[in-house]
Design a protein around this ligand. Structure first.
Ligand SMILES: [Zn+2]
Length: 311
């Protein structure tokens, strides 16, 4: 992911005093909702970040990336669901590379669905550089896995398609054949299957594990999705501060937006002083808070409820 420094801040301060129920549907009054990811999930969330990191470098085309895709499928399989491994090739500055998206489709009561995504690949660094990608990679994966575990077996009103993207990171700099490989491929698949019109929205999670959680809504966020996020945060009792900005992010939500799908990037691009931990050896497990990941998951669950109300 790449983005200009943003003034657009979205501060979430969780107040986890509300009763948490696991796996339920949308329960709320107009002004107050319950957190739908229980506190008991925190150790599993942290373990998923730890296990993701333990695989080692996960840059696209590496053995680590392939192992990560299989590990994600295994973790999903433990919930009783079966994820698809979507293998494809694409041109990169280094030639043809094999990529693997992991896709879990949960059909809803209607044909309409939303996409929830996160990238699992990590930025390439030479072997002598230690880079864990704890936040930029592993945190989003842990969030999606927690969201999948939080869903019961009942059909949701809107279908949900979880996509773990490969190839988000550019090897050199973002362009038509460098970076966003998995998300561009996913959009082309939607187009090929005639599903673009049925995809109501896309929610992207990236860098959601910082202890000092501060989500940014890029300037290209569709107004109704920005409002959905704000309403969700208010209902959950998260205190929000939002400032307008002209900054945009180059991230996996962009191909969806280009295809006409409303897409929002829930990203914390204030990672360490001056975003100094980003793409450095400082992006390590000790900077990660499972509570932050849980907070974002609760926000997404609430956004899903709101999108269902609007269907
Ligand atoms: Zn990155």
């Amino acid at each position: 992911m790449n983005g200009s420094s943003s003034l657009f801040r979205f501060l979430l301060i969780p107040l986890f005093t509300t009763l948490c129920l696991f796996g339920g549907s949308c329960r709320k009054t107009q002004e107050q909702s319950e957190l739908q990811i229980p506190e008991a999930e925190l150790p599993r969330i942290l373990q998923d970040v730890r296990d993701g990191i333990a695989i080692g470098p996960r840059f696209s085309g590496s053995p680590g990336a392939e192992r990560t895709a299989e590990w994600i499928r295994t973790r999903i399989g433990e919930t009783g669901r079966k994820a698809e491994l979507d293998v494809f090739t694409d041109q990169t500055p280094l030639g043809t590379v094999t990529f693997r998206n992991v896709v879990l489709d949960i059909p809803g009561e209607t044909d309409s669905f939303i996409v929830i995504g996160a990238h699992y690949d990590t930025k390439y660094f030479p072997p002598d550089v230690s880079f864990q990608g704890a936040n930029d990679g592993a945190s989003g994966v842990a969030a999606l896995l927690a969201l999948i575990r939080s869903l019961d077996q009942a059909k949701p009103k809107l279908g949900i398609r979880f996509i773990f993207f490969d190839g988000e990171e550019a090897r050199f700099s973002y362009g038509p054949s460098d970076g966003l490989h998995g998300s561009r491929h996913a959009v082309e698949r939607l187009r090929g299957a005639g599903e673009l019109a049925r995809c109501r929205a896309m929610i992207l999670l990236d860098m959601v594990g910082d202890r000092n959680l501060c989500l940014s809504l890029p300037a290209d966020t569709p107004p109704f999705l920005a409002e959905t996020a704000r309403t969700a945060a208010r209902r959950l009792g998260f205190r929000c501060l939002m400032m307008a900005s002209s900054s945009v992010m180059v991230d996996d939500h962009v191909p969806f937006q280009k295809a006409g799908i409303p897409a929002i990037d829930l990203i914390d691009f204030h990672y360490g002083p001056g975003n100094g931990y980003w793409h450095t050896s400082e992006d390590s497990l000790d900077k990660i808070s499972a509570e932050s990941i849980r907070t974002v998951c609760c926000l997404v669950r609430e956004m899903i409820c709101l999108l269902e109300e609007k269907r």
